[in-house]
Design a protein around this ligand. Structure first.
Ligand code: C2E
Ligand code: MG
Ligand code: MG
Length: 585
């Protein structure tokens, strides 16, 4: 055999390299595509041994299975012939009992060819700790701290969130998420109990949040800043979580936060109840901009609030569109009120006398409309809820009440005894929450000269059954001498059993019952029961939404006192109403 000096030299160099790497102070392993360990240097063995079950270092993926189960799949998914499979992937050893001094392991994988990979392992504990220190120093910075709660503030949230987004692990196995919390009806606490109590509640909330997220939590034990609770607005908190593997983990945290925060707060002077609404977003689904992620989370929070509060909602892209169209609507509605695009129409309410005639002058209901410059006439169902949400409901409600009372008094002057005997105006719950509403009501009655006994305010049953405060408000309205009606009866929460709790004079049976009065026995029986209970309590009844003679016949036979619906008339402008009242029944 001929001695080949070139081959010999190459072999020597290769062996020297292997020898050099073997003694290097980082862990090195040569593995097969399936993770089988072919070569492992002493440092590598030292790093992996605490993780190996039964001291078995035969397969890298098996050794790391409990702490980095994703690794096997990452390697499998890598489909290029050679190259970097993952680089400095951090593995938290927080949950490993006998891990020695190592908290964080870092691993890189290089694919050499179809059958072989090189793994580089290093102890990243110090590096992670240094990052953590730097972060907490930064977080203690006054410019990033909220003074009331000593929590990080909005600027800190933006900074940290952006960092997490920028350093998102390339493997996409874990994600970070934002919980955006807003207290339900916090303004009421401030208004009713004072700002000192409000501040106390916020401080206690911050404390509970901190306690809930304290390490001990699976997520809390990870290296680096894995979770952060911050106060970013008066009654607004944000929690950032990192290292989440599944949406379910996020939902579990949200559920716990919701639970913990909804327990009553024992402040110095009061026991305060305050629930929160939470919007959730996983950053991986969304934008690369921290501000946009926060905005998405806050949009989901608003949806949670709109659904009744005390719950969480996960962001989806459709919410962004709905929020945008709502905010367009809001701007336009503001303009509409300022530029008098709202107007009021009146739907007759007729008396159903025993003789079979109808009494055209029993009453009218005022219904608001919006003459939109592009969209034409917009129905109230599309904008009343928005007005309630954005604080415009008082202006809207005052406008309708004042317009209707003025119109009523004008009819009185021209029609004499053919004037409708009652004017019904819808009242929203949000109007009652507005300070000064009672005084405003008195002013309108006085300014217009409207006799209170002819005015009937309509409230929805869900509103009325809600709480004692509302009941007080209703009694205050009754004390002014006006009448109250329970609108849309049968659709909300209250039932016949609590009808006696409400100081109402009239029950309006919802259209959804009336429209089936002649075809469904079930609906007929419910109308019958409602009429009987209402009458036994001295209340009168109105059947809403009568569209056919058959429906009319049924509700009349069941003893309803009044009726309203397209069969008699659609809502009309003042002139058309005047003509309708003048016609014979
Ligand atoms: P509501 O108080 O129950 O008013 C009755 C609604 O039923 C009106 O719809 C009326 O046009 C409709 N309606 C009456 N008869 C019939 C019928 O035979 N068939 C059918 N299909 N519908 C009938 P509108 O005007 O669209 O109002 C909807 C709701 O918006 C009202 O329900 C009320 O809750 C609210 N709303 C209207 N105006 C105001 C307002 O000024 N302030 C407040 N807070 N809410 C208002
Ligand atoms: Mg009504
Ligand atoms: Mg109704």
């Amino acid at each position: 055999m001929v001695d080949d000096p070139v081959t010999n030299e190459a072999t020597d160099n290769y062996e020297a390299l292997i020898e050099f790497l073997y003694r290097a102070p980082i862990g090195l392993a040569e593995i097969t595509a399936a993770g089988g360990i072919e070569m492992l240097n002493p440092k590598g063995a030292q790093l992996l041994m605490p993780l190996a079950r039964n001291a078995d270092l035969g397969n890298l993926f098996a050794v790391l299975d409990t702490v980095a189960p994703q690794l096997r799949q990452i390697a499998l998914d890598y489909n290029r012939p050679a190259g970097v499979v993952c680089e400095s992937l951090r593995i938290d050893l927080g949950s490993v009992a006998c891990r020695g001094d190592i908290d964080v392991l870092s691993i890189s994988l290089l694919k050499l060819d179809d059958g072989r990979m090189m793994a580089v392992l290093a102890d990243a504990t110090l590096e992670a700790a240094r990052e953590q220190q730097k972060l907490s120093r930064r977080l203690n910075d006054a410019a990033l701290t909220d003074t009331l709660t000593q929590m990080p503030n909005r600027a800190a949230v933006r900074e940290q969130l952006q960092r997490l987004i920028d350093q998102r692990p390339a493997d996409g196995r874990t994600d970070s998420a934002v919980l955006f919390l807003n207290c339900d009806r916090f303004k009421q606490i401030n208004d009713a109990l004072g700002h000192a109590t409000g501040d106390e509640v916020l401080g206690m909330m911050a404390e509970r949040l901190r306690a809930t997220l304290r390490p001990g939590d699976r997520i809390g034990k990870r290296p680096g800043l894995q979770q952060m609770a911050a106060r970013i607005g008066s009654d607004e908190f944000v929690v950032i979580l990192d290292g989440l593997r599944r949406l379910d983990d996020l939902l579990a945290v949200a559920r716990r936060v919701l639970d913990v925060l909804s327990a009553p707060y024992a402040t110095e002077l009061h026991l305060v109840c305050c629930s929160v609404s939470i919007g959730l977003v996983m950053t991986g689904q969304g934008s690369a901009e921290a501000d946009v992620v926060l905005q998405d989370a806050s949009i989901a929070m608003v949806e949670a609030k709109r659904a009744g509060g005390a719950r969480f909602m996960v962001f989806d892209a459709g919410m962004r569109e709905r929020a945008a169209s709502r905010s367009d609507m809001e701007t336009e509605l503001r303009r509409a009120i300022a530029e008098a695009e709202l107007f009021v129409v009146y739907q007759p309410v007729v008396g159903l006398t025993g003789s079979g005639d109808i009494d055209r002058c029993a009453g009218v209901e005022a219904l608001v409309r919006w003459q939109h410059p592009q969209r034409g006439v917009v129905p109230p169902l599309e904008f009343v809820a928005i007005a309630e949400d954005c604080g415009l409901i008082s202006a809207l409600g005052d406008f309708v009440l004042e317009t209707a009372c003025r119109d009523f008094m004008r009819w009185h002057a021209t029609l004499g005894d053919r004037t409708p005997r009652s004017l019904a105006v819808n009242l929203s719950r949000a109007q009652l929450a507005h300070p000064g509403w009672l005084q405003r009501m008195q002013e309108i009655l006085q300014d217009t000269g409207m006799p209170p006994r002819c005015l009937q305010l309509e409230i929805t049953e869900s509103l009325a059954a809600q709480d004692e405060k509302i009941q007080q408000h209703l009694h205050a309205l009754k004390a002014l001498g006006l009448k109250l009606a329970l609108d849309d009866f049968g659709t909300g929460y209250s039932s016949l059993a609590c009808l006696h709790l409400l100081p109402v004079d009239t029950v309006k049976i919802d259209r959804s019952f009336v429209c089936q009065a002649d075809t469904s026995l079930h609906h007929k029986v419910l109308i019958d029961a409602t009429v009987r209970v209402a009458h036994s309590l001295g209340m009168s009844t109105v059947a809403e939404g009568i569209e056919t003679a058959e429906q009319l016949a049924v509700v009349r036979a069941l003893g309803c006192d009044k009726g309203q619906g397209y069969l008699f008339s659609r809502p009309l402008g003042t002139d058309a109403l005047m003509r309708w009242l003048g016609e014979d029944a």
